[in-house]
Design a binder for this molecule. Structure first.
Ligand code: TYC
Length: 129
């Protein structure tokens, strides 16, 4: 979409303002009258997803990492132990996949929980393609 500078009027590629019957959703907003206005087709897109990773270190106990995975990532004890061992052996491992707001909350919760228990456990976000 392209706009006139001063008036902020939309212009189409034809050089003339778009007509209200174009599919631009701004023309289908609340009119203030009692007239029902048909909504345009919503352009829905899946939200981007983020991997929450746990990172290895030499000081956090294995039991604590298993507890974190069960507590914050809803893993079973067996699943949590597998993920913890992968982090221990490979340096990092996937704790879960979430939309951004949930993922950043998980990271903050894990970091605060680890800090409160005196462990240097690190947790990171990675955007998925
Ligand atoms: N490497 C730690 C140890 O040997 C265990 C550990 C696993 C720490 C996973 C962090 O994210 C981690 N005690």
């Amino acid at each position: 979409m392209c706009y006139f500078n001063e008036m902020l009027m939309p212009i189409s590629s034809s050089g003339f303002p778009d007509s209200p019957d174009s599919d631009d959703s701004r023309f289908q907003e609340e009119t203030g009258s009692d007239v029902a206005v048909e909504e345009g087709r919503p352009k829905l897109k899946e939200p981007a997803k983020y991997a929450v990773l746990l990172l290895n270190d030499d000081y956090t106990t294995m039991d604590f990492v298993v507890d974190v995975l069960q507590r914050f990532f809803r893993k079973s004890r067996q699943e949590a132990a597998q993920i913890m061992l992968r982090v221990h052996q490979e340096g990092q491992g996937l704790a879960g996949v979430y939309v951004f707001e949930i993922a950043e909350t998980k990271v903050a919760q894990v970091q605060e929980y680890a800090r409160a228990h005196g462990f240097p456990l690190r947790c990171a976000l990675e955007p998925l393609l």
